[in-house]
Design a protein around this ligand. Structure first.
Ligand code: ADP
Ligand code: ZN
Ligand code: ZN
Length: 730
């Protein structure tokens, strides 16, 4: 039965909430699978989605649905299949999965229609007038006219996005060559896409391999930053677009990489839409509908875009596949990269996972022969990849967090007219405020964690990065009342201060969530960095991703030790990825070097990274994980439990743990364990960790465990969640 068949009679409806089975209703009128309906559960009204016809349990008097919201389905059967796969795999109620895949305006029951906007249209004037315009001196007007002539009407913001000026519009309107209309928003297509460079041999081979796959196949495109991966995406995408198929491009974060989006817009002629958290509710609905209706041929989005219905999908690309931002950390804790692979498999189409530093999971899949690896060994611009060296911090006198050796290198590069970038994954002036007399430190009153010192213009503040509590920094020790308070360790702001003192002649630019909290501020800072208006850049993770700074030749990683000392088995992988990503910023146009400051220069992971590069480092990490049966060589689920009373949380955790072991005696069930941070925002936190040999085993366990635990007498007032394939253990 196809989703487009409408039938009346019994229907299964996915409704948000903890319903592990779909609810059944009777539909007096014909309704399609994938359409929204209004129903009541108990007395409460809900918007649900029809997921099946017929198949109601016998002997039950079905309630009528209240109202059919959509004549045509919003979800096609392929998307529903993906959503139900996800619900099963992540042990999450289907109704929640389906309804949260809708933009909020639609899950609230609003009509599935596009918003309207004032649009501009080219008027079909006589040939000589147009000829005069196109060959005349008003080039901007000519370009604008051509743009409008090749699209279905564009609004002002779309025109601006495509690089046109509103000043060019007015004379065209006055001359009657452009008309205005109120119409539904459409996605802009680029009338004059820019041609890409000729591919080098490795790129051409990669494009050919992907295009020639007649069915589902998962390709891993590994190439250092600047090796031309994006070029491969674009030229591969063109192939599918030419066959009128749609392309889905998933990126970790759009706000951080505006350059990526504008590059795709410049290059592809197809209508493009974007789906990410920076959109307002209306835009999100409109863009989602553009993907759903098939109007958009290219959908670029962050993780949730993997769940959007897209007509006639031909190719999926996941850029920076190793990035932890693809993992959803609340509700259904899915991994968008993994769902992209499942989606491509279900649709029988190719998927490309691109990264300079593929994740351990992905590399293991290559080793098992499930994914095909495509490699770009050289930078497209021909520059060598920068060298990486460690700086031993032990028994060195530091200036702030900087060793003399690193200071000398900064001096050297800046004197040569180049840029240096210092990378520190910590915000605030200092992570902790310490009493130099008695050792007291400022702790969060609600968590088992220290407060971070944020230096303000007038007053310093303490902030907890775990619960967001904040308070004014004390002037005196709260234990011995000494006023000898010091800040230990340095964050980005402290580093910025140190650098300004050391290099008074140079411009120091800090980029992190405190200095650039809005997208606009971030763009301004990135522009400044790109144009070389800053000599020394200081930043967090935000600076590491995807940007291209032509003058950057030196990268310093201030503190690698957190990654080396951590008990999380993934910490060294993350460190290796960060080092390579950050290193990728250096020397994109002139040779660069990278220094890593550490107290553990002999750490095997760091040594492997320096002497054998990323591949060497990650393959020895994978060997270790295999020896200890850690993922991806086993399959985990982490159950997090919290309650305001510790005894209740622990009792429930114990019950869950026993239940899990009963259901699946072969599984390794650990817990109750106290969470790494035992108390957060006044709630006591426990965990149960489940480890299985096979995914199917875990799936079976969870799909019995979760509904039973939910009904457990200790479950009331409990907050708990299931994390399948957890990426962190907090
Ligand atoms: P990545 O996505 O791997 O970081 P990009 O695709 O962004 O790499 O390429 C890096 C730079 O090299 C870009 O400026 C791009 O335009 C350029 N480039 C890529 N491929 C080629 C090529 N075959 N010839 C010339 N320049 C190229
Ligand atoms: Zn806190
Ligand atoms: Zn004290």
């Amino acid at each position: 039965m196809t989703a487009h068949t409408s039938l009346n009679g019994p229907v299964a409806v996915a409704v948000p909430g903890k319903f592990y089975l779909t609810l059944h209703y009777h539909s007096p009128q014909a309704v399609a699978i994938g359409a929204r309906v209004a129903v009541t559960v108990g007395r409460k009204p809900h918007v649900g989605v029809v997921v099946a016809h017929g198949a109601a349990p016998a002997n039950i008097k079905l309630k009528d649905i209240e109202n059919i919201i959509d004549d045509a389905p919003l979800f096609d059967s392929a998307t529903l299949a993906l959503l139900s796969w996800a619900a099963q795999y992540y042990a999450h109620p289907l109704g929640d999965v389906v309804c949260s895949a809708l933009p909020t305006l639609l899950s609230a029951g609003n009509p599935a229609t596009l918003s309207t906007t004032k649009t501009y249209h080219a008027v079909n004037a006589d040939a000589s007038t147009i000829d005069q315009l196109l060959n005349g001196r008003a080039k901007q007007q000519a370009a604008l006219y051509q743009q409008l002539a090749s699209s279905k009407g564009l609004d002002l913001s779309q025109l601006k996005q495509l690089g046109h000026k509103s000043a060019a519009l007015k004379p065209l309107v006055e001359r009657g060559l452009v008309s205005q209309r109120e119409q539904a928003v459409t996605c802009p297509a680029n009338a004059q896409p820019v041609a890409g460079p000729t591919l080098n041999q490795e790129q051409a081979d990669a494009v050919a391999a992907i295009q020639s796959s007649q069915q589902h196949q998962c390709f891993v495109l590994q190439g250092v930053t600047g090796s031309g991966k994006t070029e491969v995406y674009l030229q591969t995408a063109q192939h599918y677009l030419a066959q009128n198929q749609a392309v889905l491009i998933l990126v970790p974060e759009i706000g951080l990489t505006p350059q990526f989006l504008s590059r795709v817009q410049q290059r592809l002629a197809a209508p493009i839409t974007v789906l990410h958290s920076g959109l307002n509710a209306k835009q999100r609905k409109d863009n989602w509908l553009a993907a759903q209706s098939g109007e958009a041929k290219v959908v670029i989005g962050t993780r949730s875009a993997v769940l959007a219905p897209i007509q006639n999908l031909g190719l999926i690309i996941v850029d920076e596949e190793h990035d932890a931002a693809f993992k959803q950390q609340e509700q259904m804790r899915y991994h968008a990269r993994d769902l992209a692979v499942v989606r491509a498999h279900q649709a029988n189409i190719p998927v490309v996972l691109g990264s300079a530093t593929p994740s351990g999971e992905t590399l293991a899949n290559i080793q098992r022969g499930q994914y095909q690896k495509l490699t770009l060994r050289n930078r497209a611009t021909g520059q060598a990849v920068p060298t990486i060296q460690a700086i031993d911090l032990r028994s060195q006198t530091l200036k702030g967090p900087l060793s003399q050796q690193l200071i000398n290198r900064i001096q050297h590069h800046v004197a040569a007219g180049n840029q240096a970038m210092l990378f520190l994954n910590r915000r605030g002036v200092a992570p902790v405020l310490l009493c130099h007399e008695c050792g007291w430190s400022a702790d969060c009153h609600r968590c088992d964690s220290r407060m971070t010192l944020h230096r303000g213009q007038y007053k310093d503040r303490l902030r907890c990065h775990h619960c967001d509590a904040s308070r004014a920094a004390p002037q005196q020790c709260e234990s011995c009342h000494s006023s000898n308070l010091i800040s230990a360790g340095a964050g980005t702001a402290g580093l910025e201060e140190t650098l300004q003192t050391l290099f008074p002649e140079q411009t120091v630019l800090r980029v992190d969530r405190d200095s650039a909290s809005t997208a606009k501020q971030l763009h301004a800072a990135l522009d400044k960095a790109t144009q070389g208006q800053a000599d020394i850049l200081v930043g967090t993770q935000m600076l590491a991703k995807g940007h291209h700074f032509p003058k950057l030749t030196l990268v310093g990683i201030i503190d690698a030790d957190a990654g080396l000392y951590s008990s999380d088995y993934r910490a060294t992988e993350r460190l290796a990825q960060q080092v390579i990503q950050v290193a990728g910023r250096a020397g994109r146009e002139t040779a660069g070097e990278v220094f890593i400051q550490t107290h553990m220069p002999e750490h095997p992971a760091l040594q492997a990274l320096i002497s054998n590069g990323y591949d060497g480092a990650i393959s020895s990490m994978l060997e270790e994980r295999q020896a200890s049966m850690l993922p991806p060589f086993s399959h985990m689920a982490l159950i997090r439990i919290s309650h305001t009373r510790a005894d209740r949380a622990e009792a429930f955790a114990r019950a869950v743990s026993m239940l899990a072991q009963q259901i699946m005696p072969t599984a390794l069930v650990m817990g109750p364990i106290t969470a790494p941070m035992p108390r957060k925002a006044n709630r006591w936190r426990y965990q149960v960790l489940i480890q299985c040999q096979a995914r199917s085993e875990r799936s079976q366990l969870l799909n019995q465990l979760v509904p039973q635990a939910d009904q457990h007498k200790l479950a009331s007032g409990m907050r708990w969640s299931v994390d399948v394939d957890p990426v962190d253990f907090f």
